[in-house]
Design a protein around this ligand. Sequence first.
Ligand code: DX5
Ligand code: ZN
Length: 216
Amino acid sequence: MNILAPSILSADFTILGEQIAKTEEAGAQYLHFDVMDGIFVPSISFGLPVLKSIRKASNQIYDVHLMIEEPIRYIEEFAESGADIITFHVEAASDPREVIDKIHSCGKKAGMSIKPKTSVYALRPYLEHLDMVLIMTVEPGFGGQKYIDECTEKIVATRKMITEMGLNTDIEIDGGVTINNIHVPVEAGANVIVAGSAVFNGNITENVKALIGEMR
Ligand code: DX5
Ligand code: ZN
């Protein structure tokens, strides 16, 4: 089953709750929440109080993407604030295994992400412990960028690695997805697709339904 994860980074924050509810009603099963610290990535987005506040906006799976240095420092607080899946960057953690174990000890699903220039083999030592991997298809930091075509082969390689290891790990991709290219990562083996601007620019209900239609 393929899942759409709207990223609220591109939402209208004056009516955020309504917009989240629309994505849920239209069939998006996850809600993607991008946390940026201004150090791991150049930008700063939002954090714990916002997550806590919007938790009641829907019954979706809250998919928290931490773009922060040493994520171990904040796992417990994101878990308590309403995250269902917590994904961190392998490049940002001095002990990735410790972070995975921490997420699991909080009763949440653990995801690990790689930036476009990071090899998929950086994931391999951790794969058997992960619920999800997140392959970035743009440089993390901003919404509205163009999908990096070279990342498609990383999705294929990761799916191959997961299958060869006899695992069933979810593969999420994030960045530059549009109605015209969403089939590309899906055909390459991704099953959770993040979309920010393609969901929130224009009619949210129509966008979500159209994107889900193209994923099948
Ligand atoms: C980028 C974020 C993405 C972003 C995607 O650092 O991780 O989740 O919101 O935005 P679009 O879909 O507009 O590329
Ligand atoms: Zn993201």
